[in-house]
Design a protein around this ligand. Structure first.
Ligand SMILES: [Zn+2]
Length: 303
């Protein structure tokens, strides 16, 4: 599966600039720099569904204030792109939206930069202190690490791998489930975090069994693609798999309902509004659409 909404990117991350002590001053003083101002981890989006980028000159922060909360997202031949994690910088008459809500509609350039900004800013918000000594850490490497002066150690953003899988039976039906916190009618492909010391493939086998009682054939696993899911820190790794059993039994209390669907059953349930599919921004939607074999109408999906 290519072109997954949040996996799109066009701008180089220019990692070589992160350790350059002059990068920020140069970027902040340049008329071609564009800044994404984050507010409560949300992004400023116009009515036309593009990011509202501002020039550094329009932002009332001193160089030092701006540098302490700046993230270097990337650069292309036209612009250097920054994000600012500063809750006091105001943008008049601007709507701040979650990436989750608009990610599928943004351009590839905007979504790649916004996904990096959201992932980084979310990590910074939750990792202000050193896990070793509790000392407050500071932003370094142009926003790509934090430094503990007591330990003299760098701390890097963590990404948590999670697997998601379209399980099919030998008759081509797909297995969908509803988590206990979801409203009735919301179903999706099974998913779960890869545990410590576990391979992603082992996590697929384990999670499918825990959530549905269904056994999956390890040899049938087919890797389908990945996309970042920074809500807060996941990387979704998608698979297809074939089940070797069909009888569902709910072994843990994560799911309230797991069942098989034929394509006709899925269509009928969606048209009757008794089934609501995942948002088009999710990799789950793409897995279901891939299985379905044709474009799924947006009206079958939740937002
Ligand atoms: Zn420390």
């Amino acid at each position: 599966m290519s072109n997954l909404p949040l996996a799109r990117f066009t701008v180089e991350r220019v990692a070589e600039l992160r350790s350059n002590p002059d990068w920020f001053e140069k970027a902040w003083n340049s008329d071609s720099t564009r800044v994404l101002i984050l507010h409560e981890l949300k992004i400023p989006v116009s009515n036309e569904l593009s990011i509202i980028w501002v020039k550094p000159g329009a932002i009332s922060l001193s160089l030092d204030e701006a540098k302490s909360c700046a993230l270097l997202l990337g650069a292309d031949s036209d612009h250097t792109y920054l994000a600012l994690m500063h809750e006091t910088v105001a943008l008049d008459d601007v709507t701040f939206t979650s990436l989750r809500g608009v990610g599928a509609q943004l351009s590839a350039t905007d979504v790649g930069l916004a996904t990096a900004a959201t992932a980084l800013a979310t990590w910074h918000a939750g990792h202000q202190f050193c896990p070793g000594c509790g000392n407050a850490t500071t932003v370094t490497m142009a926003g790509w690490s934090r430094y503990c002066a007591i330990h003299e150690t760098e701390h890097y953003p963590r990404t948590e791998p999670a697997m998601i899988v379209a399980v099919e039976d030998l008759n081509g039906r797909i297995l969908l489930g509803r988590r206990k916190e979801w409203p009735e009618g919301w179903l999706s492909t099974l998913a779960g975090f890869v545990e410590a010391g576990e391979s992603c493939e082992a996590a697929v086998i384990r999670e499918v069994y825990e959530e549905s009682g269904i056994h999956v054939d390890l040899k049938s696993l087919q890797y389908m693609g990945s996309q970042p899911w920074p809500f807060p820190a996941s990387l979704m790794l998608a698979y297809r798999a074939v089940a070797t059993s069909t009888e569902v039994s709910l072994l843990d209390d994560e799911m309230t309902e797991v069942r098989w669907f034929t394509r006709d059953e899925l269509k009928t349930a969606c048209l009757a509004k008794t089934l609501s599919l995942p948002s088009p921004v999710s990799i789950a939607f793409r897995l279901i659409q891939h299985w379905y074999g044709e474009e799924i109408p947006m009206t079958w999906c939740r937002n």
